[in-house]
Design a protein around this ligand. Sequence first.
Ligand code: PDD
Length: 280
Amino acid sequence: RTVYVNGEFLPEDRAMVSVFDRGFLMADGVYEVVSVLDGKLLDFEGHLVRLKRSLAELSMDNPLPDADYLTVFRALVRENGIVDGLIYLQVTRGNPGDRDFAYPPAGTKPTLVMFTQSKPGLAEAPAARTGWRIISIEDQRWARRDIKTVQLLFPSMAKMEAKARGVDDAWMVEDGLVTEGTSNNAYIVKNGTIVTRALSNDILHGITRAAVLRYAAEAQMRVEERSFSIDEAQSADEAFVTSASAFVMPVVEIDGQAVGSGQVGPVARRLREIYLEESR
Ligand code: PDD
């Protein structure tokens, strides 16, 4: 695989960053994941806007002009022959030359890494036909989940807990209300109304969420942006999640209890179809 690191395209075994990099020592970095379907980037613009917001919230320099991100993405897709897959992008506060809690002096060059992951048939994931089973878990992340930082240990722990219990993912719960999935936004559907938590610092402002809510409104579906509990989700007609890598993924079981019929519901199925049609 050819990867991009600080202005160079290199074979992955020759791409390096410093042991003093603040991404490595302090999790001082932000990232984005963008899907590629049939060689085409999905929602590139939205991901770039969010990347710049994450950088600004952490007073981190933006290493590239906007147009160059697109150029590098396209070069990586071409070089690696990606038809369906993902592009991962990470910016860290760079290498100050030693470990220190204080940020390095202005002008320290950020580290920029991008690589591809090939996922043939990404849009035809068999799980989309059967749906995910999930568990709930107390949300123990920090309070700025709107910033897409590489500090992903708690979501990893939650994912491992889900795997240990034989299910697909976990929804995180704070003060009795669902925040989001380990790496996706969470929704329920009741009597035709789509319910999802409102945007705040408590959740990541999903790019797929924005697109799906726009398509739902265009299709005259009712949307309520408010929080909901696991109890309410278990007695909903449907549930689903959205993300750049899962698109719209139905959820059919929560903490061992079937949601609705326990089958993929019509709203989640329809939204997945619309999202994939509109993105391709
Ligand atoms: N995760 N919430 C969290 C905590 C996330 O990590 C993600 C994305 C989302 C969905 O955002 P978007 O629709 O912009 O992908 C919500 C990516 C896919 C990841 O970490 O791999």
